[in-house]
Ligand binder design. Structure first.
Ligand SMILES: Cc1cc2nc3c(=O)[nH]c(=O)nc-3n(C[C@H](O)[C@H](O)[C@H](O)COP(=O)(O)OP(=O)(O)OC[C@H]3O[C@@H](n4cnc5c(N)ncnc54)[C@H](O)[C@@H]3O)c2cc1C
Length: 415
């Protein structure tokens, strides 16, 4: 059987693409190498943007079963600031923390309920390429899955995206992060607060990145650290040591375990964050990449779930439009996908890439941390910008400033 869409990867990007296409009546196959529920190294944090994008798939009510977060506490330069999530015209003023075992299974089952066929424990191995156009994928055992369009939603290591030529531009930044889950003796009220710590150090150097504590409810927390490749010595930074130092600075009363026990039991998990459109172009004839495979993580804050969902839906929409067209370009040309991604995130990601290059310099990182922590309105503005949550019309001075910066960034050519 030939499918309309063969989707490699059933994470947030693949499941959202599958849900969208199957809901519109397309014949969709999702292949994932894992058996679900499966874990994925992640902070498990859903920002208001993610709540909106998952809500748009029809799962708004299902999210209510998870831990809702309404505030952000930022720690740095010997100070602590607490903010409400900035609401906007398009996004709610709250988020959730959802273990990826639960979130990804929910998204994949939602796609199956919409009519997508799902094959777990089936790793795609190689693309089938005919006359320069990708027409499906094979497994290592030689099983063929043919589709008019293939979507590579196979995550940061992206075997199918890479073997079709969609590789990361090494000049663009990436993030690396590790995380673990704990039971912590913390005040119950803190279950509604996500926390970030701006001071991760390599010797004297203040690193571009942050440590986080994301509450999962009932005292369970996701703790992690992430840094950016814009710091010159980033390859030599041991993220497990960074996590160790971070955890040692947390209150003893939380009774967190020693990090060595986590490493022994494999509970400290890390991975890469391909960000800021680091994969150009995110399509080749017959195939599009979505989510981490397309490098669409937000460079400002490392958020990748809502970007995976949004790019997955966009890839599916683009594929179906191309399948419906009988123009000479046919379903193999997806240049509109690049343009549409750029319309959503282009100027913002161009600003983001500049920002992460700047904070790769420890002196600039220190100066911005001190100013932001001493002048709360500056940090409030930074939070709007970093979380990509601002009013598209009206709002505060900060909202207007974000809009002005994005307008200026539009003048920079696509790239
Ligand atoms: C430590 C860490 C913390 C993070 N914290 C957050 C956070 O708090 N909030 C947030 O929004 N983002 C966070 N991110 C980013 C976020 O996890 C990713 O951006 C997001 O998972 C991308 O979704 P995806 O569907 O593109 O890829 P994935 O979620 O990685 O899914 C890819 C799927 O493809 C499958 N696959 C891989 N290869 C094959 C193959 N050959 N054949 C078939 N299937 C295959 C995998 O099994 C997997 O199910 C974090 C990332 C890291 C590393």
């Amino acid at each position: 059987m030939t499918y309309d869409l063969v989707i490699c990867g059933g994470g947030p990007a693949g499941s959202s693409a599958a849900w969208r296409a199957a809901s519109l009546g397309a014949r969709v196959l999702v292949l994932d190498k894992a058996k679900f529920p499966r874990d994925k190294p992640c902070g498990d944090g859903l920002t208001p943007r993610a709540v909106a994008s998952i809500g748009a798939l029809g799962l708004e009510n299902e999210l209510k079963a998870f831990n809702r977060v309404e505030k952000l506490r930022v720690n740095g330069a010997n100070r602590t600031l607490t903010f409400d999530w900035p609401g906007s015209d398009s996004f709610p003023d709250f988020g959730y923390v959802v273990a990826r075992t639960d979130l990804d299974e929910m998204l994949l089952r939602h796609a199956a309920d919409a009519g997508a066929e799902v094959r777990e424990e089936t790793p795609a191995w190689k693309p089938i390429v005919e006359n320069g156009v990708v027409r499906g994928v094979t497994t290592k055992q030689g099983e063929e899955f043919r589709g008019s369009v293939v979507i590579a939603a196979d995550g940061a290591s992206s075997p199918i995206a890479r073997s079709t030529g969609m590789v990361r531009d090494a000049k663009r930044p990436i993030g690396v992060a590790v995380r673990s889950h704990f039971e912590a003796k913390r005040p119950a009220a803190d279950d509604a607060v996500i926390e970030s710590y701006l001071e991760l150090r390599d010797g004297e150097d203040l690193l571009p990145g942050y440590g986080w504590i994301f509450p999962m409810g009932n005292g369970r927390i996701n703790v992690g650290v992430g840094i950016l490749s814009t710091y010159k010595g980033w390859r030599d930074v041991n993220t497990a040591h960074l996590m160790d130092a971070f955890m040692r600075a947390l209150p003893k009363s939380w009774e967190l375990p020693d990090i060595s026990s986590l490493r022994e039991t494999g509970q400290l998990k890390g991975w890469r964050l391909p960000m800021g459109f680091c994969v150009r172009e995110p399509w080749r004839p017959g195939v599009m990449a979505a989510g981490d495979a397309a490098g669409v993580v937000n460079p400002f804050n490392g958020e990748g779930i809502s970007e995976a969902v949004e790019s997955g839906v966009l890839a599916a929409t683009t594929a179906l439009k191309a399948l419906g067209a009988d123009g000479e370009r046919g379903p193999s040309d997806f240049s509109s996908y690049t343009r549409d991604l750029d319309a959503i995130w282009g100027p913002y990601y161009r600003l983001g890439r500049t920002f992460v290059r700047l904070i790769g310099n420890p002196r600039i990182m220190r100066a911005l941390t001190v100013v932001g922590m001493r002048v709360p309105p500056v940090m409030e503005f930074a939070f709007k910008l970093l979380a990509n949550l601002y009013h598209e019309q009206g709002g505060s001075f900060g909202d207007g400033l974000v809009r002005a910066m994005l307008l200026a960034a539009k003048a920079i050519p696509i790239g």
